[in-house]
Ligand binder design. Structure first.
Ligand SMILES: Cc1cc2nc3c(=O)[nH]c(=O)nc-3n(C[C@H](O)[C@H](O)[C@H](O)COP(=O)(O)OP(=O)(O)OC[C@H]3O[C@@H](n4cnc5c(N)ncnc54)[C@H](O)[C@@H]3O)c2cc1C
Ligand code: SF4
Length: 338
């Protein structure tokens, strides 16, 4: 592990000042991703800026009936927060499908958004990887790519974003609020993470001098008809092969509003507003959901080992939407562990 300097940010302005002063510095929150990457020599920050004591640890109701989530709210606290459990169970369910109880206790909301891909070549510094070393090539495209993307890929990178929480945040139309040298701004969740294109080294549109302060959710929480369905190699402590956040608002026998987002299939949480629009006004049925799934997957592309993901994604979407329609969500039977 490399030598690095350590500073503790005293307030938000101090955090921004410290990160702006040193391009190779990194914020550290829970440390559950960054420290692993440093141990593997993938990340080499010259300075760690500890933000863990900043006052960003509350979940509050907003004037418009939504909620504001501080960037340092631990994943467990968020999943078990009464407002989230009651009004945004899709989010609680997605968080509890991720990692382990111990990790969720440490992992922060902001860190979850900024966690890096789990592509094994990204972690293996002996192999070419455009995300780790731009211009070196992508070992996954013609390599072992069972876990890789089928949507939104490029010739430079086919990695997936590993978060569960972010898939629910995409479906729930979250906004990310950030603070930088030029003040505050908000970023629609769909615009926060990036597709790889020719610059896979950039995961997000966060500027180098910006810190995530809060994530806000609008009032509409889809508390009745939702499901987060995660398919993985083992039942817990594994990243998604494919995951689906499905949410419906039913009006009599028809769908008034639909949300559909996928994890494990792209460089960013993959929300398809075209498929959502196609569901609007239809009566929920397996056939209607299959059409929506086909729409989502119209441009899907396999790379060999991950070909199974296309059919898996289709079936997972149909099942999650059926669960949402029938109000029988996939329950994460994980007890609170402290
Ligand atoms: C074994 C294992 C299994 C896991 N399984 C899953 C899983 O199934 N599903 C899942 O979703 N996740 C999973 N995770 C990932 C875990 O959720 C993330 O590691 C965690 O959310 C990162 O949060 P953190 O606070 O620890 O981030 P850190 O490690 O502290 O930081 C991660 C990155 O975010 C940046 N950062 C942190 N906070 C901010 C901020 N406020 N503003 C700007 N930048 C910031 C840091 O600079 C760093 O680059 C797993 C992790 C491990 C180790
Ligand atoms: S898929 Fe992306 S992260 Fe993985 S080896 Fe290729 S460039 Fe690197």
């Amino acid at each position: 592990m490399i030598n690095f300097q350590y500073s503790r940010a005293s307030d938000l302005a101090d955090a921004v000042r410290l990160i702006a002063a040193e391009p190779t510095a990194k914020f550290i929150a829970g440390g559950t991703n960054l420290i692993d990457l440093m141990k593997e020599d993938v990340e080499r920050p010259a300075r760690l800026i500890d933000i863990s004591r900043l006052p960003l640890k509350t979940v509050e109701e907003t004037k418009d009936g939504g909620i504001s989530i501080g960037a340092l709210v631990p994943n467990s606290d968020l999943a078990y927060h009464p407002l989230v459990e009651r009004r945004y169970p899709l989010l609680a369910s997605a968080i509890l499908a991720g990692a382990s109880a111990q990790l969720r206790n440490m992992a922060s909301t902001g860190g979850n958004l900024l966690q890096r891909t789990r592509c094994h070549y990204f972690y293996d510094t002996a192999t070419p990887c455009n995300k780790r070393k731009p211009g070196s090539g992508c070992s996954a495209i013609a390599g072992l790519n069972r876990q890789h993307a089928i949507l939104g890929t490029s010739d430079a990178c086919i990695a997936v974003h590993p978060s569960d929480m972010c898939v629910a945040l995409a479906a729930l139309d979250a906004t990310v609020h950030v603070h930088g040298r030029n003040g505050e701004r908000s970023i629609a969740f769909a615009d926060f993470h990036r597709l790889p294109g020719t610059t896979p080294e950039r995961d997000t549109n966060l500027a180098p001098d910006e810190i995530v302060t809060t994530v806000k959710l609008p009032a509409k929480g889809f508390g009745e008809n939702y499901s987060y369905l995660k398919v993985r190699d083992r039942l817990s402590y594994a990243f998604a092969l494919v995951s689906v956040a499905a949410a419906l608002e039913l009006d009599g026998g028809t769908i008034a509003h639909a949300r559909l987002a996928l994890g494990g299939v792209a460089h960013k949480p993959w929300r398809d507003t075209g498929a959502e629009a196609a569901l609007r006004g239809a009566a929920p049925s397996r056939a209607v959901f299959a059409q929506a799934a086909d729409l989502v997957l119209r441009d899907a592309k396999a790379y060999g080992h991950n070909a199974f993901k296309i059919d898996l994604a289709r079936r997972t979407m149909i099942r999650a939407l059926m669960q949402a329609a029938q109000a029988t969500p996939q329950i994460q039977s994980i007890k609170k562990v402290r």
